[in-house]
Write a protein that binds this ligand. Structure first.
Ligand code: HEC
Length: 139
């Protein structure tokens, strides 16, 4: 082989190498494409956790009752929609003490031994989901 032939062979070899490499990486792409496709058709869509699940998980039911209709420890949450707008309710959940001056809360203080904990460690988005749930509760 002349030098020129060696160069050409090396050159072709190099392209052959690139070609194979591109095939290999292409296969990987296809693999992921397929995986997406597969997920689209069979996997459950990512669901937001619903308000009642959050309320149970956090333990609001321990005081407000399994059905949230009140207990010896805390009032019913079915009246909340008459007393709260969404934003105020979220603020309340984060800092209930800020609302303790209201007449209703003075009465609660006499009536219930426990107090409403401050949930300022919970994601505001989750509190929003909880607030939406409480404001939509119907007996
Ligand atoms: C340790 C018991 C306890 C737990 C747990 C608790 N609460 Fe309360 N909650 C109370 C009490 C008691 C009140 C009445 C106000 C007061 O005395 O602090 C109250 C009041 C409320 C009110 C206002 C009711 C009204 O008439 O305006 C809302 C809304 C509420 N709670 C929602 C929740 C939610 C949502 C959770 C869970 C994230 C929760 N509570 C967890 C005890 C509790």
């Amino acid at each position: 082989m002349t030098n020129a032939q060696k160069w050409i062979a090396a050159f072709l070899g190099f392209f052959l190498f690139l070609f194979i490499l591109s095939k290999l990486t292409k296969q990987e792409d296809d693999y992921y494409d397929d995986a997406d496709h597969y997920n689209d058709q069979t996997a459950e869509p990512v669901k937001e956790v619903d308000g009642f699940t959050l309320i149970n998980r956090i333990g609001c039911t321990k005081c407000h009752g399994e059905d949230l209709n009140g207990s010896k420890l805390a009032p019913t949450l079915y009246e909340a929609k008459n007393n709260w707008k969404r934003d105020a309710l979220i603020n309340y959940l984060r800092n209930p003490q800020a609302y303790s001056g209201d007449e209703r809360f003075e009465e609660y203080k006499r009536q219930y031994k426990s107090i409403m904990p401050a949930y300022n460690n919970i994601d505001v988005k989750d509190l929003g989901i909880i607030a939406d749930y409480i404001l939509s509760m119907q007996k």
